[in-house]
Design a protein around this ligand. Structure first.
Ligand SMILES: [Zn+2]
Length: 169
């Protein structure tokens, strides 16, 4: 829960109630974790975040922490269905970094500062900010499995990036 709270408030995720976390906890302005609202959704609820598409703010979405990444609450069950189907076929689907699911504008700004264009796009323009996109570790087995079966679960690969998949059902 401490990790979820730190994620929700975009401070270092240590799992330890350090000075920064303690100050936030008692600030009265920290982002709360509304776990009850997301009952039944896989993962740990970490709060509501802004969604962006094509440089425009499009609204807010509930986000959960699951398998080491943040995912929009609506996407999480689709991910779980696909992950479990792959597992049943003996293939392990894994995210390729902690930012491989839903990204906040702050996440995207950091990536853009680090990698620049064309590897990263400016905040507001990533498909990871509207909550449809995931990035996977692409082993040959995962490549084969995703090519054959991802479509059944609503996931497509829209660009040349073979690790980047989007839910488009
Ligand atoms: Zn991606």
């Amino acid at each position: 829960m401490v990790r979820a709270f730190q994620f929700a408030n975009q401070v270092a995720v240590t799992g330890v109630v350090d000075a920064v976390t303690a100050t936030l906890l008692f600030s009265g302005t920290a982002r709360g974790i509304d776990a009850a609202r997301l009952e039944g959704v896989p993962g740990i609820a970490i709060g509501e975040f802004e969604t962006w598409d094509e440089g425009q703010r499009t609204g807010n979405t509930d986000v959960v922490l699951l398998d080491g990444v943040r995912l929009t609450a609506w996407l999480a069950p689709h991910w779980v269905r696909m992950r479990d189907a792959a597992q049943a076929d003996g293939v392990q689907l894994r995210f390729n970094s902690a930012r491989s699911g839903f990204r906040t504008s702050q996440d995207q700004a950091e990536l853009y500062r680090r990698y620049g264009s064309p590897r990263a796009v400016p905040p507001g323009w990533s498909n990871h900010q509207d909550g449809h996109a995931i990035d996977l570790v692409m082993t040959p087995e995962v490549k084969r499995w995703m090519s054959a079966r991802a479509g059944e679960f609503g996931f497509v690969r829209p660009t040349y990036e073979d690790w980047h998949w989007e839910y488009r059902a």
